[in-house]
Design a protein around this ligand. Structure first.
Ligand SMILES: Cc1cc2nc3c(=O)[nH]c(=O)nc-3n(C[C@H](O)[C@H](O)[C@H](O)COP(=O)(O)O)c2cc1C
Length: 225
């Protein structure tokens, strides 16, 4: 082992939900998808697309949900562990998502309750900075921005040198979301920026130090759609 390899500490997962402002449950009905396509087909046709228009938020929500849905949440000694389509170190699944669109308040997905919530903005200047930075990277992406935030509380108590785990977990989520977006016939492109401003824009002070922005993606209607 190298000195920077993460090692289990033997601690147990314990974290309560992150501190969002005034979460309100949303009903984002399912939309028709191209689910009949084979995985091989989806893998062969997926490509990053940088020109897109605004999709229905329900369509983006379904991509987020299919990527982050917990098929099984551990009980007893496995409390805090989850099984999903996407892989995660220690089955902790610390990566959460926020959908940012010009059309409504930011929307988070809670994998414990399998529900979407609209949340209030704590710092509008930071939110606008987030959106402007995204637009600078992909000026022709008129879709939604999906920001990924890692909740480091359990990860840092269960592992020494936990930092590399959250970046690898984020990569796994980005790859899975790219495939799910393709299966849903949506345009998708990851951004090189981390979207750091989203943490201060949305989370309460108490949780800033435990949350790390780990990436942003554009999802929308492609040119052919
Ligand atoms: C972490 C990450 C960051 C990326 N950042 C950008 C970006 O800032 N701008 C962009 O146009 N594409 C970005 N991409 C998309 C890559 O350029 C793209 O995946 C690569 O060229 C391969 O093309 P393909 O996805 O169409 O197969 C990013 C991809 C990843 C995984």
């Amino acid at each position: 082992m190298s000195p920077t390899d993460p090692r289990p500490t033997g601690a147990k997962p314990a974290s309560a939900p992150l501190g969002w402002l005034e979460p309100r449950a949303l009903d984002l009905d399912s939309v028709p998808t191209n689910d009949g396509r084979t995985l091989t087909d989806v893998m062969r046709t997926r490509r990053s697309a940088r020109t897109m228009t605004a999709p229905p938020i329900e369509a983006v929500a379904q991509v987020v949900r299919k990527t982050l849905l917990a098929d099984f949440a551990g009980v007893g000694s496995n409390h805090g562990r989850k099984l999903k389509a996407v892989v995660s170190a220690g089955a902790l699944h610390p990566i959460q998502s926020v959908i940012v669109s010009g059309a409504c308040d930011p929307v988070i997905y809670d994998d414990d309750s399998d529900q979407f919530f609209s949340v209030q903005v704590r710092d509008d200047v930071r939110l606008q900075a987030f959106v402007e930075n995204c637009r600078t990277v992909l000026p022709d992406a008129g879709g939604c921005w999906v920001a990924l935030i890692a909740d480091c509380r359990d990860l840092s108590s269960l592992y020494t040198d936990h930092q590399s785990l959250l970046w690898r977990d984020a990569g796994a989520v980005i790859q899975m979301m790219a495939l799910v977006a393709e299966a849903h016939g949506l345009a998708f492109c990851p951004l090189g920026i981390l979207g750091t401003e989203i943490v201060e824009a949305l989370l309460t002070n108490h949780h800033h130090h435990h949350a790390v922005a780990v990436g942003v993606m554009a999802i929308g209607k492609g040119e052919a759609a």
